[in-house]
Write a protein of this length. Structure first.
Length: 321
């Protein structure tokens, strides 16, 4: 009788069970020093610096783009009065011009509004757009084995006119002016196209150059000799004033304790809640996924038009020549 009474209840009532988490927003994870009220936030900047979100598995979250991740992390940190400092854990060869600039300005804005120091700690690599991001910090540290620098701009552009001729494909595109299709993979690049693209590169390079000169306090005449796109070891970067110190994360944290007169810190990071924070369903982790990053760069190369990048990627650049 009980069972027969329960069936109509099931059919007529609105009963729902939510198997997915309803909690939203970044959640704090304590990595060490849980007994301290003075917090240091670690923000990883790994892989391609971009503003395109990786969807991951539907409904279970995905990897947020660098700009969104940094913006939301700094926004949450600004509301926490216990945050005493931020460390950017950088391990990247750079990324898009705009995304790199946006992250840089987010860092500068955070420091100005909150008077909270920001430190950059470069891991394996802090090149091009990633180095651009790092100079927004109050101090730039690098591991003894880090690769740093690559101040410059590159345009990835692929031409397929030769292939089209071989397979008998004709381009019938129409445009309002001779430069409307500048950089199209379906048309040869003229000398005037190259001149116009070089103008874009020069202008964006000058912006990169001026930011490094200003924030690192390197005279322009001195910077010209080292800002030609090359990369440097940590010791070379220190000699050229591109970084402030060489050391390890523990040494940086000890340095922050001395600066702030604090005995110990609670080291934290922010993560997406529940399954999205595990890294099992396409979300971001503390380490870059090589396959994901290769796919990200490959996606840039397969775009229909040229892509302006603050990126050190000699393998791909070589394939364009």
């Amino acid at each position: 009788m009980i069972f027969l009474w329960f069936i109509p209840l099931m059919l007529t009532s609105c009963i729902s069970i939510n198997l997915l988490p309803t909690e939203k927003g970044l959640q704090e994870q304590v990595l060490s020093g849980s007994d301290s009220n003075n917090k240091v936030l670690l923000i990883p900047i790994k892989g391609f610096v971009g503003d395109q979100t990786s969807k991951g598995v539907p409904f279970l979250g995905g990897r947020e783009d660098t700009v969104t991740m940094v913006r939301e992390s700094l926004r949450k940190a600004s509301r926490d009065p216990k945050i005493r400092g931020v460390i950017l854990l950088i391990d990247s060869a750079g990324g898009s011009v705009t995304a790199s600039d946006r992250v840089y300005h987010l860092i500068r804005e955070f420091k100005q509004k909150n008077s909270i120091p920001v430190f950059a700690m470069i891991g394996d690599m802090g090149a091009s757009g990633a180095y651009y991001v790092s100079v927004g910090a109050d101090e730039v540290w690098a591991h003894p084995t880090s690769v740093v620098g690559s101040i410059g701009v590159v345009i990835f552009n692929v031409g397929i006119t030769g292939l089209m001729q071989k397979i008998g494909v004709e381009d019938r595109s129409l445009a309002s002016g001779p430069e409307k299709e500048m950089g199209s993979p379906l048309k040869p690049m003229s000398d005037n196209d190259k001149k116009l693209f070089q103008g874009l590169i020069s202008d964006l390079y000058q912006q990169f150059f001026d930011i490094v000169s200003q924030d690192r306090q390197i005279p322009p005449d001195t910077l010209k000799g080292i800002a030609d796109g090359r990369i440097y070891t940590a010791r070379q970067a220190l000699k050229n004033h591109l970084i402030d110190r060489i050391g390890y994360r523990d040494e940086l944290i000890d340095h922050m304790k001395r600066l702030m007169h604090v005995d110990r810190f609670r080291i934290i990071r922010y993560q997406e809640p529940f399954l999205a924070s595990t890294g099992l369903f396409g979300s971001s982790s503390m380490s870059p996924d090589p396959l994901s990053e290769a796919g990200h760069i490959a996606g840039v190369l397969t775009q229909t038009g040229p892509s302006l990048l603050y990126l050190w990627s000699p393998g791909f650049e070589g394939s364009m020549k």
